[in-house]
Design a binder for this molecule. Structure first.
Ligand SMILES: C[S@@+](CC[C@H](N)C(=O)[O-])C[C@H]1O[C@@H](n2cnc3c(N)ncnc32)[C@H](O)[C@@H]1O
Length: 343
């Protein structure tokens, strides 16, 4: 095989540019991270400011801050405003106070736990599983137990990532006959808190690993729901507290089939007649494009797991003594709300 650039099949300049942009994606991720870390969105919320101003507030180098802001203007996060810079609608997404924020997500995805593990993607594909242990010495969840700041960031990042899907999932769910909702591996509890906020008759439990409990407690307090929602330290492979509705959002995609069945069986044990399990995940279709296959690579790289088809979810449910009773589609996205009851 030759690689003659003069043949008919030579790539177009557009194709070259598109791939160059993909490769430089890691520059962009780090620039966005630094914009978030220097709180550009919060500093510019009230109006344009100079790089020198921002550098002084953040204790950063003035010339390097100017160069960062110029790069942000190139990405559409900022616009030039006289000798300073102004915010844009894109930058507002990096404001931690925005209802649709990605600030914590930007910081968490580029923090060592994720960044170093993503550096092992080729090795993960060759080996067929995550190489997190090579760079972190352990799994990502074990790593978080020893790095509470990064773990707290991950909890808020999950809320960032989950919010749009949660808002749609809560619209779909009928909770009229529910009293106690258990958010199994709920991170900061964004899902159960949204249900509680809209339904005053509900009480909630966030079951989480011990390091994630303070984040869930703080989130319940911040939403004024601490009197109806408790965060409970536990292990969903051991025991799940009793309830009427069990939320499993982005949990199955972290684990292999055997582990998923164990979690679902523990839900089954904690159910009484009429209880439901609600799985919110990507459902893989035929020849998927968009976020689904990319998220699937994240699961391979980070935790040796995968996104699944509906038939695969049905199989997991049936192995745990459960059956699918409802499928709520979140239109315009690959996410679905899968409801199940005991067989
Ligand atoms: C991908 S996150 C999903 C968080 C949340 N459900 C959401 O969708 O935003 C997985 C969560 O499972 C929690 N987790 C992992 N292993 C666990 C275990 N053995 N018991 C309880 N929670 C666990 C993690 O701490 C993490 O918050």
């Amino acid at each position: 095989m030759t690689n003659d650039p003069g043949t008919e099949s030579a790539p177009s300049a557009g194709a070259y540019e598109a791939v160059l942009e993909m490769v430089n994606g890691f520059w962009v991720a780090q620039i966005v991270r630094t914009a978030a870390d220097l709180s550009l969105a919060e500093h510019l919320a009230a109006g344009p400011r100079t790089a020198a101003d921002i550098a002084a507030v953040e204790g950063a180098d003035p010339d390097a801050t100017y160069r960062l802001m110029r790069a942000c203007a190139s990405l559409g996060l900022l616009s030039y405003a006289g000798d300073g810079f102004a915010s844009t609608p894109l930058l507002a997404v990096l404001n931690q106070n925005s209802p649709l924020s990605l600030k914590s997500y930007a910081l968490a995805q580029t923090a060592p736990g994720h960044w170093l593990t993503w550096g092992q993607t080729t090795a993960a594909v060759r080996a067929g599983g995550s190489q997190a242990h090579k760079v972190l010495g352990k799994s990502i969840f074990e790593y978080f137990a020893e790095h509470p700041d990064e773990a707290a960031l991950f909890g808020t990042a999950m809320t960032n990532l989950s919010t749009p899907v949660i808002l749609r999932a809560v619209d779909i769910l009928d909770v009229s006959n529910v009293k106690t909702v258990v958010d199994v591996g709920g991170a900061d509890g964004a899902f159960v808190l949204e249900l509680l906020a809209r339904n005053p008759h509900l009480e909630g439990i966030v079951l989480e690993l011990p390091h994630a409990v303070p984040g869930a407690e703080a989130a319940a307090t911040a939403r004024g729901l601490a009197d109806r929602c408790v965060a409970q330290a536990g292990d969903f492979f051991e025991q799940i507290p009793a309830g009427d509705l069990f939320l499993l959002k982005y949990i199955m995609h972290d684990w292999n089939d055997e582990s998923c069945v164990r979690i679902l069986r523990n839900c089954r044990q904690a159910m009484h007649p009429g209880s439901r399990v609600v799985i919110v995940e990507i459902v893989m279709g035929e020849q998927p494009v968009g976020i689904a296959p990319l998220m699937d690579m994240a699961m391979l790289t980070m935790v040796s797991s995968r996104e699944r088809t509906l038939a695969e979810f049905d199989s997991l449910l049936s192995q745990a003594g459960l059956q699918r009773t409802n499928l709520g589609e979140i239109t315009g996205s690959p996410y679905a709300v899968i409801e199940a009851t005991a067989v």
